[in-house]
Design a binder for this molecule. Structure first.
Ligand code: IMP
Ligand code: MG
Length: 196
């Protein structure tokens, strides 16, 4: 009997072009969902007795944030903030805070939700910002993707969905110069390594 891979399998995904660069299929949305679900279940095990605030770092987090919530069965609230450090496919190392927090989080249990941690510059300055200005009751970090070859900071990432190689990725909320966020699957830049 013939068996077929699910429709969303990366086997059936085609390469895409964005701003003249080629991105090849890397993770199907089904595969991403599995990582999101496992991550949400881990967070729930730690926070089931609490009313945590899930704080999404915009814009890249949009798809992860929404899917994470669907897999999180407990009491919770949400908030957002926006920062940016990327210019094209290179981290500038400077993190700009573009938006104030959408919610008062003093004395709350905060879980920062990040789409991806690469150099960790963004994360480091976010954690500094929170410690200095917000005084939450607790602060933990959850990132859907982590590039461990690049991440050398001391900040502990408490929950990681999936470790990925040091290649620029696009889709599932992640952009290349503001394009490509709308693809439900994840793609990798074809030209290999990006240096920081
Ligand atoms: P970091 O400060 O270098 O850790 O980068 C963090 C932010 O840069 C993430 O929240 C993303 O928005 C963006 N970013 C990092 N790596 C990638 C990538 O491979 N593709 C798209 N965006 C990325
Ligand atoms: Mg981005």
């Amino acid at each position: 009997m013939l068996t077929f891979a699910p429709y969303h399998s990366s086997f059936f995904m085609k390469s895409i072009q964005v701003h003249g660069k080629t991105f090849i299929p890397y993770l199907s949305s089904d595969e991403i969902q599995k990582s999101v679900k496992t991550l949400a279940e881990k967070v729930y095990r730690d926070y089931r007795e609490e009313n945590p605030v899930f704080l999404g770092v915009l814009n890249g987090v949009i798809m992860f944030f929404s899917d994470f919530l669907k897999h999180y069965p407990g009491k919770c609230e949400i908030a957002f903030m926006q920062v940016s450090s990327y210019s094209g496919t290179q981290s500038t190392g400077i993190v700009y805070k573009k938006m104030e927090l959408t919610k008062e989080v003093v004395d709350r249990h905060i879980i920062l939700l990040e789409d991806i941690v690469d150099t960790g510059n963004t994360l480091e300055s976010l954690v500094e910002y929170f410690k200095n200005t917000q005084r939450p009751r607790s602060l933990k970090i959850a990132s859907l993707f982590l590039k461990p070859e690049i991440y050398k900071k001391d900040v502990k990432i408490d929950y990681v969905g999936k470790e990925i190689p040091n290649k620029f990725v696009l889709g599932y909320g992640l952009d290349y110069d503001e394009q490509g966020r709308n693809h439900p699957d994840l793609y990798q830049l074809e030209e290999g390594r990006i240096n920081h």
